[in-house]
Design a protein around this ligand. Sequence first.
Ligand code: R5P
Length: 306
Amino acid sequence: MHVLGGSASTTLAERVSRELGNAPFAIPFRKRFPDGELYLRVGGSFEGQDVVVVQSLRSDSDVIELFLLEDAVREAGARKVWAVIPYFGYSRQDRRFFPGEPVSARALARRVETDADAIITVDLHSPLNRGAFLKPLHEASGIPAIGRLLRERPVDLLVSPDKGGVDRVRRMAELLGKPWIALEKKRIDSERVELYFPPAAPEVKGKHVVIVDDVISTGGTIVESAKLLRARGAEAITATCTHGLFLKDAFERIKAVTDDVFATDTVENPVERASVAPDIAAILRRELAQEGVESEPAVHAATARS
Ligand code: R5P
């Protein structure tokens, strides 16, 4: 099995290759044509090999790079192309909210899987997204990675900022053996939210509270959650998420109202303190074992780093 790191996920790809017992790892050669189009080349032959292409989709150019990588790997003879997409962009438009809109998550899913045999992603935004894929989809979660860090810290109460995150916070609560609550969120627009404390919620005064979210984007959700929890007397507030996008000044705004903030490494961010590499590698090992494919490092020459 070979692992290729797209430019949006080079570090995570290398971590995955290490978790797979130092599977051959390479970074494709990339350059821009004069008109701005992307050129890339993968080294060597992948004849008969399973190839794992790791690329988060944070920008439109990440999407094009993934398409080109998948195609290049196919052309190089791969037996099976695994598209590992730690952060699956466009997944928040998971339905048509107004007439005339696309279901962006589905549009992307269908195109990404054209040249892939299986997809691995992490914490898709909603269960609706799963139905968008026609090829085998395996979903890892950031919860175990964040849980590994939280185990070493004082945690009294876990908080989801909205009802959509109940499954996630419940899973974390089971992992750590702690109570949880979900706040009520009303979205005003793409940058502003209002948050409310649920009726009959437990006391937060004097407690170490940890907010668990799937993605931090503008930071509005975490900032408002933290303000609400602080107003209720929370002693310490930690904000955690799987995908730390931290747009514009989100990071500074969150730091100003919390005691700590961290994310996983699905996208590069200033506080990626928990890695999902072991969880992605576990899925690959499990699937290969089921297919009876050897997951130890291949004896074939690794593709050159260029
Ligand atoms: C919402 O459904 C998500 O779980 C996140 O809470 C949300 O996308 C975060 O966005 P922002 O950081 O812009 O508030």
